[in-house]
Write a protein that binds this ligand. Structure first.
Ligand code: SF4
Length: 91
């Protein structure tokens, strides 16, 4: 899972810090979002998704990618990639 933030879209609401305080912080000078981590544990994924959904500025982008490859015996090979981007209004 990868997360990026667009500080140009951030309106300093602090919702991300409320919903995922381990992951997000706000700059002391301007209140804009800061990422505290660049890699994430699976138990943080729900908080990340919630923070992304509820960000009022649509400033958080979340990319989820999972790859499954069963090459031994050539039985199944599949790759799945999903991208979720919050839009203004959090929908
Ligand atoms: S919730 Fe969105 S708009 Fe609010 S501080 Fe975090 S990134 Fe910025």
């Amino acid at each position: 899972m990868q997360v990026s933030v667009d500080r140009d879209r951030c309106c300093s609401s602090g919702m991300c810090v409320t919903n995922a305080p381990e992951i997000f912080d706000q700059d002391d000078r301007d209140g804009l979002v800061l990422l505290r981590q660049t890699s994430f544990r699976p138990d943080q994924f729900a908080d990340l998704r919630l923070a992304t959904e509820l960000c009022p500025g649509g400033a958080i982008s979340l990319t989820e990618s999972d790859a499954i490859s069963l090459t031994e015996g050539s039985a199944i090979s599949a790759t799945e990639s999903d991208a979720i981007s919050a839009t203004e209004g959090g929908a």
